[in-house]
Design a protein around this ligand. Structure first.
Ligand code: AMP
Ligand code: GLY
Length: 434
């Protein structure tokens, strides 16, 4: 099977790594990729938001499967363009990707499907904002309706900060990118605060059959002890020893299957990766958000534990053949990933700094620990430099979380990147049995 992966983050590096280990994969391509992905796949340049350009590239490479990593190309209709050309694609249509692209749409689907989520109001005026903030009280949760790379959400005790964020969301006009992806869309979603730990549960689906993967936990805040601003994710681990063993079955029954069924009923079948961001509250499981693609950095740990070859699974989803797919096989062990971020991330990151220590990790820690690249680029002389906010996802496996965690941090310790920061508490509580 010839596979083309679209994207260039650590999630795509994790996807490419797993695909490169699948004996059925005869050629692996990635666009645009990054310095790490270049070691396992052939890189190509393409405007990832231009469906026609992606379909042309896939046709030229005679790809049997295209895997779209990030949300922006999905929301822009890249999967539709591929399907129109008869190219199997792992990723939902633009219509189905609205589950991630519009929080208001997701709320509407959940209401129709009876899926438990936070009560919410969609606001477009200052008056509606004040009424919604009053209705829920502190802590306040205010979200930008459109795509915001995990950074459009403010959770605060401070009503003025909540109001200011909501006003900023509604004052944004629909700013379509050249390819039609929506940034802010002039609506704020204000919702009830959900207490309790968060879980990310991914499911592979062909629009009918839903195959859940193993749950993971992400660390969204920039600094230790969940301090600092929200980020795209600073680390993750799997499995979750503290979670109810019935959790996956329950979420399949109450969240994943009803959502997939509802989208099919609406004529927008969801084929690809359905990501449920969940809060395990004192009143039961609630959906915080849906995403229409693999999560980053959770994918790094989930795929580290998946033993079933990845290409066949994604191809079965892309071609409507999941019902006949054999049960997934998982390692009993654990995986931990720690994100190394650039100076100033999640603000405007500083880039272009040299990264040292990558060879040492490969020599001394492999194969139990390895570095997945996110924002990196080769500078032509063979050196690798930072090129984005999240730079590396240092991933490790082990018989248990404590071992995987120790290996991940040992590898992190060998890497130097001037001005970078990382959390030191990824999986700490779970590994200690807390
Ligand atoms: P989202 O972009 O919707 O995933 O939100 C980002 C993060 O904000 C989540 O992972 C939560 O940590 C937090 N968050 C979002 N919605 C809520 C909520 N209703 N209650 C509490 N925290 C929330
Ligand atoms: N780790 C959060 C996300 O991928 O949206």
């Amino acid at each position: 099977m010839k596979v083309l992966v679209i994207g260039g983050g650590a999630r795509e590096h994790a996807l490419c790594r797993s695909l490169s280990l699948d004996p059925d994969v005869t050629a692996l391509h990635c666009a645009p990729g990054n310095a790490g992905i270049a070691e396992v796949a052939e890189l190509h340049q393409v405007d990832a938001l231009d469906g026609r350009a992606v379909a042309d590239l896939a046709a030229r490479l005679a790809a049997d499967l295209v895997v779209v990593g990030p949300e922006a190309p999905l929301v822009a209709g890249v999967a539709d363009a591929l399907r129109e050309r008869g190219i199997p694609v792992f990723g939902p249509s633009a219509q189905a990707a609205r589950l991630e692209g519009s929080k208001a749409f997701a709320k509407d689907v959940m209401a129709s499907a009876g899926v438990p989520t936070a009560r919410s109001y969609v606001c477009t005026t200052p008056k509606e904002i004040d009424a919604a903030l009053d209705a829920f009280g502190a802590p306040y949760v205010v979200k930008d309706d459109g795509l915001a790379a995990g950074k459009g959400v403010v959770v605060t005790e401070d009503v003025e900060a909540a109001r200011a964020h909501a006003l900023a969301c509604v004052s944004q006009r629909r700013e379509a990118t050249p390819a039609g992806a929506v940034a802010g869309d002039g609506r704020a979603v204000i919702e009830e605060f959900l207490d309790g730990p968060e879980v990310s549960l991914f499911a592979v689906t062909d629009g009918e059959t839903v195959v859940p993967l193993q749950p993971a936990q992400d660390f969204k805040r920039a600094h230790d002890d969940d301090q600092g601003p929200n980020t795209g994710g600073m680390g993750a681990y799997s499995p979750l020893p503290w979670a109810d063993p019935q959790l996956v079955d329950e979420v399949l029954r109450t969240v994943l299957q009803p959502t997939v069924d509802e989208l099919r009923r609406r004529g927008a079948p969801f084929s690809g990766l359905l990501y449920a961001g969940l809060a395990i509250t004192s009143r039961g499981v609630r959906v915080i958000e849906f995403n229409a693609r693999f999560g980053d950095p959770e994918t790094q740990v989930v795929l580290a534990r998946l033993k079933t070859p990845l290409a066949g699974l994604l191809h079965a989803a892309a071609t409507g053949a999941l019902a006949a797919f054999p049960p997934l096989r998982w390692s009993d062990g654990a995986a931990v990933t720690v994100v190394i971020a650039s100076h100033n991330y999640p603000g405007t990151p500083r880039t272009g700094d040299p990264i040292e220590g990558l060879a040492e990790v490969a020599e001394q820690d492999g194969p139990d620990a390895y570095v997945l690249h996110a924002g990196t680029a080769s500078d032509g002389s063979g050196a690798v430099r930072s090129a984005g906010g999240r730079v590396l996802s240092v991933t490790a496996t082990g018989a248990d979380l404590a071992t995987a965690r120790e290996r991940a941090y040992r590898a992190v310790g060998r890497i130097s990147l001037d001005g970078s920061h990382h959390r030191t508490d990824i999986a700490a509580k779970a590994a200690a049995g807390a």
